[in-house]
Design a protein around this ligand. Structure first.
Ligand SMILES: [Zn+2]
Length: 418
């Protein structure tokens, strides 16, 4: 792998240079060594930042973007999304995931944590795009089809597709998976050391139904069934909106990662109750996601971060809540931490997943504060260059194969219309 030198780039508000060798950041300073074979990126007029980790997605659903807008949740799913999904074949998933990866790269994301089906085709698409995907096997009911043999075969196919791919286990939710299924998935996650991704406490109704059926709240159900113990430090609870104090305590004790998806929650009218400050005070690892584009309509982490910050400030009537340095941590470092990857900060010894943003973008003119420009003024298109695992996947906003992805996206999407 060739080395990369990013010359004269703004990093933490001062100009410096960054050396990347193999997949690691190996030098930062005014006079970093310049290896003979180094690819030199002119960093003048750009700022270096860690790349984003989008911790809850359904990437292939990007093909469904814009279908059934503004419908009530029930008819959106029954009359629109589920009928369209029946037509999603291997080829559609492959191109849908490519389209999603293209959008993620263009807006500075190098890691996404996904939940869907037809994973081998998704894995091939992610590997070809050069970013990191954690692909979760979607499980419903008792999960009987998730046998050891099935898991191992899928792991070979997904992780064999490329070194940046990981297989995980993703029971859909506590209301679509039985107690037996939840425990079975946890045992498999424990046996194979995978992440356990699940939609949790997304709506008030989910909590009320859980209380009626199990006489406890959703996270208490996971504790009572032994799931939290089996998935210690590997459980990612997407949404985690409607929580009480005991549940937050359980999440902290079992090192659960909470993934907030403000765009999806608001668009689907799930209400807004993300308890950022309480979760942070308890020590829960808080991350951010966009959710699938069928509900969030884009995969732009900058937009999701801004919405999260403004909602927290507005709802709490306190502009000091969730400042930009915490937003950066939530959107980068905390996600990589949940995935067990030593990235998310630009420091010597860290894995080289980073972005350069274009300071000539109007969001940064005039410039008083880079992070304020990034999170409160910019959009994903301010990202100019993306490096994942020490490899350039976008430079000067050019991504290899982009035109074919656009053409195929239209072609595949036509299959989904009734
Ligand atoms: Zn979701």
């Amino acid at each position: 792998m060739e080395s990369i030198v990013i010359k004269d780039v703004l990093l933490n508000e001062r100009t410096t240079s960054i050396l990347i060798e193999n997949n690691l950041i190996s030098g930062i300073g005014d006079h970093v060594p310049m290896p003979d074979n180094a690819f030199v990126i002119e960093g003048k007029g750009k700022a270096a930042l860690p790349s984003f980790a989008n911790m809850h997605t359904h990437a292939a659903m990007t093909l469904l973007k814009g279908m059934g807008s503004d419908l009530p949740l029930h008819s959106w799913l029954n009359d629109c999304i589920w009928p369209a999904e029946k037509h999603l074949d291997c080829e559609a998933v492959y191109w849908g995931v490519k389209l999603a990866c293209l959008e993620m790269i263009k807006s500075g994301t190098t890691l996404f944590n996904d939940m869907y089906f037809l994973l081998p085709w998704a894995a091939k698409a992610v590997a070809e795009m050069g970013i990191r995907g954690i692909l979760g096997i979607n499980v419903f009911g008792d999960g009987d089809e998730l046998t050891n043999e099935a898991f191992l075969q899928l792991r070979d196919e997904v992780e064999g597709a490329g070194e940046l791919l990981k297989l995980s286990i993703a029971p859909h939710s506590i209301y679509t998976v039985s107690e037996k299924g939840l425990v079975h998935c946890a045992e498999m996650s424990h046996r194979y050391g995978t992440l356990y991704q699940i939609h949790m406490s997304e709506t008030e109704k989910e909590v009320q139904d859980c209380l009626a059926a199990h006489n406890c709240r959703p996270y208490e159900l996971l504790e009572r069934t032994g799931v939290l113990e089996l998935t210690e430090s590997r459980l990612v609870g997407a949404h985690s909106l409607y929580l009480d104090a005991e549940e937050i305590d359980l999440m902290a004790r079992h090192h659960v990662t909470a993934t907030h998806n403000p765009c999806s929650n608001l668009k689907l009218g799930s209400g807004y109750r993300f308890l950022y400050s309480k979760l942070r005070e308890a020590g829960v690892n808080i991350t951010l996601g966009t959710d699938g584009s069928a509900s969030s309509n884009n995969l732009d982490m900058i937009e999701a971060a801004r919405l999260m910050s403004y909602l927290q400030k507005g709802v709490r009537q306190d502009p000091t809540v969730l400042p930009t340095n915490e937003l950066l941590q939530v959107t980068t470092e905390n996600g990589f931490k949940a995935a067990g990857i030593n990235a998310g900060r630009i420091e010597v010894g860290k894995v080289a997943d980073l972005i350069l943003v274009d300071l000539n973008n109007l969001a940064f003119i005039p410039m008083h504060d880079t992070l304020s420009g990034l999170f409160y003024a910019a959009h994903g298109d301010a990202v100019d260059t993306v490096i994942c695992n020490g490899r350039i996947v976008m430079h000067n906003r050019h991504v290899e194969g982009e035109e074919e992805i656009r053409t195929q996206a239209f072609r595949q999407a036509r299959k989904l219309r009734p």
